[in-house]
Design a protein around this ligand. Structure first.
Ligand SMILES: Cc1ncc(COP(=O)(O)O)c(C=O)c1O
Length: 480
């Protein structure tokens, strides 16, 4: 891919210096930070191994550390900074709201809360519905389940979710997630049933798309039958992207909708990662048209572009009506926090005014074209999936046998090195298991996207070195 990868290596200090030149200096000198490793318990880490640079600033798709090293953010941090870092509209909205009124509980009205709810309902077309605000994705899912159980008059109704899904790490959300990260303890939330995932690359039914007839979706109907339709309240699934890297075939979600109607079960779309343009639509289910509308959808991450924590459950008219004259037995001190809602209003304006949803769609198409090109030269790439500015690259030791680079959910040492070396080249990549998750901010400048992909091209040989020969060649080789 030319010499461009070297350009970024040479430029990383320049980029940081350029941006910092336009950023006003802090009014007081920055005190040396305490050693974070000694005092903070970091998520998803072996504490003794955590050793990351301290981030002190950012702009757009770039952020930089205290030693002036700049990084291109190829994962929007935790697939959440969809608007890039320090979006000026959002920062300004938070500042203004902070000056006016930082907090109002749910016992009182708050203008940004009402504005954000109205805009969310309008963008998603949930006419006559309402929004329940939470603090993030996990509690949005937990509250959605509670609403579903009440609205279907099945207080302990079962919830169908998938293996290789992720719905959050709080107690019940971890149980909802069919994720190895929940294997380490038993949350014990009753009545969660996991289905086999729509994983075309390694179909759990041993079938091929599309002669399979989307068996994985019909499997959900079978599970409802086996469990007893009267005992099931909801199906909760990610309609597209997720950190488990499973992307269902296009027919899957509309079929789920039809199944949910057939059995009078509520369909909940977890749009925490896939929402707000990540896959080239405001919300991923919308690519299937209005017929695929879920009964509820859960949001977080891109809702404020991660400038402030905020989650939401967007509720359909049907579910809303259930609670119109009944007590809603749930609450959060910070539900609809004005600062967060003001950030949300500004974020929604930024997505619309900067045409970022279409940008994700178009720039994403280019990202996928480049990845297909990389696939030709890097034998460790087994599969590429996703759409918009979200791509999952699944790494293998052998394309023919699909032997993974490391057994799921382990991350191969070569991929860990790829992340470390990427940082040294000024690019921040995210990996999970055998997957490279590419999800840059929707605002990423094309030149930064190209630079990051050039860096990836230079890093992938570390994984290619792990590729084994075809099975038959190995057998012949061992006989010689
Ligand atoms: C699809 C999905 N749902 C829920 C969550 C949990 O969100 P949070 O970390 O804000 O609780 C995540 C987080 O990655 C997610 O990707």
């Amino acid at each position: 891919m030319g010499e461009g990868g070297l350009t970024i290596f040479a430029c990383r200090h320049t980029i940081a210096a350029m941006i910092k030149a336009t950023t006003p200096p802090p009014s007081s000198p920055i005190q040396p930070a305490p050693d974070e490793r000694a005092v903070v318990m970091h998520t998803w880490s072996i504490q003794a191994e955590w050793n990351a640079p301290t981030i002190v600033g950012g702009k757009g798709a770039l952020f930089w550390d205290e030693h002036d090293n700049a990084y291109i953010d190829m994962s929007s941090m935790a697939e959440c900074a969809n608007l890039g870092h320090q979006h000026p509209l959002v920062v300004e909205a938070i500042r203004k709201q902070a000056e006016a009124m930082c907090y109002a509980s749910s016992a009182w009205g708050s203008r940004p809360r009402a504005e954000l709810a109205a805009r969310l309902l309008e963008r998603s077309g949930f006419e006559g519905g309402r929004v329940f605000f939470t603090l993030g994705g996990a509690d949005a899912n937990e509250n959605a389940i509670k609403l579903a159980r009440w609205a279907t008059n099945k207080p302990v109704g079962k919830v169908l979710t998938r293996y290789r899904s992720y719905h959050g790490a709080t107690h019940a959300a971890m149980e909802l997630s069919g994720d190895n990260r929940g294997w380490t303890y038993a949350p014990g939330t009753p009545n969660v049933v996991h289905a086999l995932p729509p994983y075309c690359y390694r179909c759990p039914f041993g079938l091929q798309y599309d002669s399979c007839g989307i068996r994985c979706a019909d499997h959900i109907a079978e599970l409802i039958e086996w469990e007893g339709p009267n005992t099931v309240s909801a199906i909760l699934m990610e309609p597209h992207a997720g950190s488990n890297g499973i992307v269902a075939p296009p027919e899957y979600w509309p079929r789920l909708r039809e199944i949910a109607y057939r059995y009078n079960v509520l369909l909940i779309a977890d749009e925490v990662m896939s929402g707000f343009g990540r896959v080239g639509h405001w919300f991923a289910w919308q690519q299937h048209g209005d017929v695929a509308r879920p009964d509820m959808m859960t949001l977080a991450k891109g809702l404020t572009g991660a400038h402030i924590p905020l989650g939401a459950v967007v509720v359909s008219r049907k579910v809303t009506e259930h609670f119109e004259h009944q007590m809603l037995y749930t609450g959060l001190t910070y539900s609809g926090h004005p600062l967060a809602c003001a950030a949300g209003v500004a974020a929604l304006d930024a997505y619309r005014d900067e045409d970022l949803i279409a940008r994700s769609h178009d720039l994403g198409a280019r990202l996928h074209t480049v990845l297909r090109f990389l696939e030709e030269t890097h034998p460790s790439i087994g599969d590429i999936r996703g759409q918009g500015l979200f791509a999952v690259v699944e790494m293998v030791k052998n394309r023919e046998t699909k032997e993974p680079l490391s057994p799921w959910p382990q991350t191969a040492p070569a991929l860990r090195r790829l992340v470390d070396e990427g940082r040294k080249m000024g690019v921040s990549f995210a990996v999970r298991g055998n997957l490279i998750l590419l999800a840059p901010p929707l605002t990423i400048e094309q030149r930064h996207l190209i630079q990051a992909l050039e860096a990836l091209d230079k890093l992938l040989p570390m994984c290619d070195a792990e590729v084994t020969k075809k099975r038959d060649e190995r057998a012949v080789g061992s006989e010689q």
